[in-house]
Design a protein around this ligand. Structure first.
Ligand code: HEM
Length: 416
């Protein structure tokens, strides 16, 4: 019996539910399963939040549109959530300093719809571009090559190149754009060092300047890209300020790049370590959508999302006052045995799979259609080209990255 399983042992803190805890990093479910069984609504004093691990509670809370999301609404005791309070400028409207991810109504309901409309329209017609980007990455890999790191050669560049292409980033700015995109991810790391904060803020400012300059250029000379769509929406009367546009364009990079990289990387690793499931995909590439959904359920790239009580309420038997924070553990909900039969089995043929990898309700991931498309194209084309690919050292433990609240691989060494 592990330490986490003894009834007397203390329940894990939020910090211990991150990759900084070696046990969680090796196998999050060795920590989450006993927590869900012992205390599915766990009040963690260290972070000042209620940690929810049962599917039923997680689903109900993320879907509840009356709850808040802005960390400024969190009580002072909610120290982990308050760490997300950055860039606050009381002279500016909140929607000019934070993206839709942490914005509440009425601003969220005003800003998100036009962005979603423009993004979904682009995603609906970008499959050929995604296929071309994936094929170019595959062309650069050759059969018989190895061992090499699939993360840096395939999984990392694809989402950045796809969003750059959709937005309309010029080829000569791509390297710079990639570097900025990688640096701004640190916004999610409440334990980042001061040096990382400086790098993150510099990248965010550079992106801001880049978007401002490019939007102006598109006003003068429209092109067939998302930046042009955005300035056109504005010109046609959408109630969106320049700041709101820029901050949410950056949010597409922050929200979309690492997560989609991890979805593809986790998918390749899971298929390589479950040959029977891989054989099903190779035999029938038409099941790739189900494969991607099972990867999202079994190994979601994002651990959690949060909501803040906006009124007196109760969840899982715990009373909450306005300002109290709930951390909804998506990873734990996706393996709740009350909802998923044999939850720790990776099974692409599973019939019932209502996972919460993209959260839910008003804040449900705006990039879900794009992430799904990229992963479907990447996994199906990858295994069609390299059906015999293998891990270079099957006995080695996976090299999980250390960024809290995300689960993805630092390296994935393979032989083609
Ligand atoms: C597998 C890939 C991805 C995963 C697992 C993921 C996961 C999530 C989660 C859990 C949330 C919070 C939902 C909630 O609070 O209920 C979210 C929100 C968001 N995601 Fe994603 N995401 C992914 C890909 C993307 C992509 C590709 C983009 C952009 C192109 C993106 C942009 C965003 C944005 C802007 C939000 C905030 C939406 C809002 O609050 O209204 N994500 N995502």
């Amino acid at each position: 019996m592990s330490v986490a399983e003894t009834a007397e042992s203390p329940l894990p803190t939020l910090f211990e539910l991150t990759a900084m805890n070696p046990a969680y990093r090796a196998d999050p479910h060795a920590v989450l399963d006993p927590l869900r069984a012992r205390c599915p609504a766990h009040r963690d004093e260290a972070s000042g939040s209620l940690i929810l691990t049962r599917y039923e509670d997680v689903r109900a809370v993320v879907n509840d549109r009356s709850l808040w999301r802005d960390p400024l609404c969190a009580e002072e005791a909610a120290v982990a959530q308050r760490a997300f309070v950055v860039n606050v400028d009381p002279t500016l409207p909140r929607s000019s300093t934070t993206s839709i991810l942490m914005l509440d109504d009425p601003d969220h309901g005003r800003v998100r719809p036009p962005l979603a409309q423009a993004l979904y329209a682009r995603v609906a017609r970008c499959r050929p571009q995604v296929e071309a980007i994936v094929d170019a990455a595959l062309d650069a890999l050759s059969a018989g090559e190895g061992p090499f790191d699939l993360m840096s050669r395939f999984c990392v560049p694809i989402p950045i190149d796809v969003i750059a292409r959709i937005l309309g980033v010029d080829t000569e700015r791509l390297a710079q754009f990639r570097a900025w995109s990688e640096a701004v991810i640190e916004v999610f790391n409440p334990f980042r060092t001061p040096e990382r904060t400086v790098e993150m803020e510099a990248a965010s400012q550079a992106l801001n300047a880049y978007f401002a300059e490019t939007m102006e250029a598109r006003r003068q000379a429209p092109r067939d890209d998302l930046l042009t769509d955005m300035v056109r929406l504005q010109a046609e009367g959408a109630d969106l300020s320049e700041d709101e546009l820029r901050i949410n364009l950056t949010a597409l990079l922050i929200g979309g790049n690492l997560t989609t990289t991890d979805l593809i990387g986790n998918g390749v690793r899971l298929l390589l370590t479950h040959p029977q499931e891989l054989a099903k995909l190779v035999a029938d590439p038409g099941i790739v959508n189900a494969v991607v959904e099972e990867v999202l359920r079994y190994e979601p790239p994002v651990d959690l999302t949060a909501r803040i009580a906006s009124h007196d309420m109760e969840v899982g038997g715990c009373p909450l006052k306005p300002g109290q924070v709930m951390n909804t553990w998506l990873r734990a909900a996706n393996r709740d045995p009350a909802v998923f039969e044999d939850p720790h089995r990776f099974d692409v043929s599973r019939k019932h799979r209502p996972h919460v990898a993209f959260g839910g309700g008003a804040h449900i991931c705006i990039g879900a259609p794009l992430a799904r498309l990229e992963a479907q194209v990447a996994l199906s084309r990858f295994f069609a080209r390299f059906p015999d690919l293998r891990l270079s050292d099957p006995a080695a433990p996976p090299a999980w990255r250390g960024l809290p609240f995300f689960r993805g691989l630092e390296r994935l060494d393979v032989v083609a």
